[in-house]
Design a protein around this ligand. Structure first.
Ligand code: PAF
Length: 285
């Protein structure tokens, strides 16, 4: 596995691979790698890509300094996981190269308006500007053929898709299914921050989604189910919503068809998100 820190060497590696007629597959991460990341890497390998993974804890997507400080970091573990998963090149860029002016604002920001105003965007001001800006820079330097993002961050996936479309990045975006632990908790780098009791209570996120996924109901019935199950688990719920999976507009009673249930909660100060597809049936009459 090649290990690269400098932006020029990173660009050079991707150029060389393209020059050799290979397809570069990008897996962008903030580290604390787990089986969810490994599944993205595997998806890239299944496509026959040369896998370039980035590891950069992007401060611009944290609006809360304490959240940034607490974000798990484990470089030795990440190197081992990246190697074992078959990453061809791991890029760990420096803050000075990614955001030279940080902590002062960077003059250029990529914003995906509309999608960034609801759910995660409403609760974490500036979060999606930080995500879109860093992903744009990573795509610009890498020039991948395909980029692999997980559906666990379903709103992030939609924002990246919109940005790729609007800025005409020449890359195929591949959305990959959520990976869950045996107890059903969606894998997240933040899970290592959960104590045993918090982890047990956090399972309500998955439980609430399984309850709505398995039945057809109106939007408000689904919302009530989500709220009831999360409410029973003593979580600090940020949202429990049923939205259009493309526009993220809240669904109304009377809407039919496919929608997305989106939940977020703080569990002992650790913010967790999860989501699942749901089917809506509009009320009769
Ligand atoms: O999903 C993440 O880990 C981050 O938001 C990403 C896409 C690597 C950008 O920093």
């Amino acid at each position: 596995m090649r290990l690269i820190t400098e932006l020029s060497a990173w660009r050079c590696f991707a150029d060389e691979q393209r020059g050799l007629g290979r397809r570069v597959g990008l897996v962008a991460t903030m580290g604390a790698l787990h089986a969810g990341h490994a599944s993205l890497i595997q998806a890239a390998k299944d496509h026959g890509d040369v896998v370039l993974a980035t590891l950069f804890v992007n401060p611009r997507q944290f609006h809360d300094g304490a959240d940034l400080a607490a974000y798990p970091r484990n470089l030795p573990g990440d190197l081992a996981t990246a190697r074992a998963s078959g990453v061809d090149c791991l890029v760990t860029p420096t803050l000075a190269e990614m955001w030279p002016s940080y902590p002062a604002p960077t003059p250029t920001t990529v914003s995906v308006h509309g999608l960034d105003e609801v759910l995660e965007g409403a609760g974490r001001p500036g979060h999606f500007d930080g995500v879109a800006s860093v992903v744009a820079k990573i795509l610009a330097v890498t020039g991948p053929c395909r980029a692999y993002f997980g559906e666990k961050d379903f709103q992030q996936l939609a924002i990246v898709r919109q940005m790729i479309h609007d800025l005409a990045f020449d890359v195929d975006l591949v959305g990959c299914p959520i990976v869950r632990d045996v107890d059903g908790l969606a894998l997240s780098s933040r899970n290592v921050l959960l104590g045993a009791d918090a982890r047990r209570r956090a399972l309500a996120l998955n439980r609430s989604l399984r309850a709505v996924e398995s039945r057809r109901a109106s939007a408000s019935e689904h919302r009530a189910t989500l709220a009831r199950i999360l409410g029973e688990a003593d979580l600090d719920v940020a949202y429990a919503e049923v939205v259009d999976p493309v526009t993220f507009a809240p669904c109304a009673d009377g809407d039919d068809g496919e929608a997305r249930a989106m939940v977020a909660a703080r569990v002992d100060g650790v913010r967790l998100i999860d989501n699942a597809p749901v089917t809506l049936v509009g009320r009769e009459g």
